[in-house]
Design a binder for this molecule. Structure first.
Ligand SMILES: [Cu+2]
Length: 377
């Protein structure tokens, strides 16, 4: 049992896995399910015990002196010293050292949690009154947050209306979701199970219902197969379009214009001239190689060294597959199912969720509004 009682899972139909019923949490704390949690709990307990010890010492001495030096019949005031350098130094230096240590430990843990991981899975979080929506790199959409154990995660969060807060007690992590800008949270789930995720900024009447679960799965396959996705029938190229707008659109146009790199809308199936005069047919392997090893084959006019950085380790095979779908779609849109072939919405939330619209963290506040408007359809 922990202080918060059993997890509240009212919003979810997913049966609770065995692991979630066993609490690893202490009397004070819920489960520790994140790599950050032990440090936080340690610091919390350290500060608590330091405070307890000093409280006992100070109040103890105070009571003792009150009694010892109380005013009594026939006992005159004793002469008292007004200054003792040794004691003053002692009680200034020791607490200072402790305070500096608390600051150091707090800052260290804080920065640990704020520094992006190199290989984090990026999950887009949209909060609105009073729902959560999570969009995964391959376009899957869910109403609960589904993670894979020991796989670091970057949450890119935005609000559609008012201020919300994302709190996962088992991770000891909390981050505001502020309208008009993106906020980030870096998660390091290290324990399989089902944990609570709740809104912690009062956001209106339904605030207390704005909670869901964060499920940490054993493997990617487990997550893929056991999760109830909101948009099961989503179309590959739409995912590709999303990934493209996040990763590639800065250098590649899809209207034929040349940016840092060549336009990609008509290359599929064509012969491409490389530096050195060689010609190559643009197919799956060529696109794949262009993404993973840009320098292996360089398009004529873009040498001698490719300005494209490798996406090795940043995009997995499935994501590259979606990008290939998208590049093919750009060339031959008629051969692909339309955007509307996506899952038929069953509820109002599923309707929004059905279209995995490209959501890209913007650098500046101003660009956000235009971006979301642009990408709404
Ligand atoms: Cu809220």
């Amino acid at each position: 049992m922990n202080l918060f009682g059993t997890p509240m899972l009212a919003q979810s139909d997913i049966p609770m896995p065995e692991s979630a019923k066993v609490h690893s949490g202490s009397y004070w704390f819920p489960d520790q399910a994140s790599a950050f949690a032990p440090n936080y709990d340690f610091l919390y307990m350290a500060i608590l015990w330091i405070s307890v010890v000093f409280f006992a010492l100070i109040v103890g001495f105070m009571i003792y002196f009150c009694i010892k030096y109380r005013r009594r019949e026939g006992v005159g005031p004793e002469p008292s010293s007004s200054h003792n350098t040794a004691i003053e130094i002692f009680w200034s230096v020791i607490p200072s050292i402790i305070l500096v240590w608390i600051f150091y430990a707090g800052a260290r843990d804080y920065f640990d949690m704020r520094v992006p991981f190199d290989d984090a899975e990026e999950i887009y979080v949209t909060a609105n009154q009073f729902n959560w929506k999570f969009v995964y790199p391959d376009g899957d959409v869910s109403k609960e947050l589904h993670l894979v154990v020991n796989r670091p995660v970057k949450l890119i969060m935005q609000s559609e209306d008012v201020l919300h807060g994302m709190f996962i007690p088992a991770f000891r992590q909390k981050m505001d979701i502020v309208p008009g800008r993106y906020t980030y949270a870096y998660l390091a789930p290290n324990r399989v199970g089902e944990y609570r995720l709740a809104c912690t900024e009062y956001c209106g009447e339904g605030h207390s219902r704005m909670r869901t679960i964060c499920q940490v799965h054993t493997t990617e396959e487990d997550r893929k197969n056991t999760t109830k996705w909101e948009n099961e029938k989503h179309v590959g190229w739409v995912n590709g379009e999303r990934l493209f707008s996040i990763n590639c659109s800065g250098c590649h146009s899809i209207d034929g214009g040349v940016k840092t790199g060549p336009a990609l809308n008509t290359i599929w199936g064509e012969k491409e001239k490389l530096i050195g005069g060689e010609e190559i047919m643009v197919d799956e392997n060529y696109v794949r190689e262009s993404i993973l090893e840009p320098n292996a084959k360089i398009v004529e006019g873009y040498g001698p060294v490719s300005k494209m950085n490798s996406f090795q380790g940043k995009l997995n095979d499935k994501e590259i597959g979606y990008l290939i779908d998208y590049i093919r779609y750009l060339k031959e849109p008629d051969k692909f199912p339309g955007r509307d072939a996506q899952a038929e919405p069953t509820t109002a939330t599923a309707e929004e969720a059905g279209t995995a619209k490209p959501e890209k963290p913007a650098e500046t506040e101003n660009s956000i509004d235009t971006k979301t408007e642009d990408q709404d359809n």
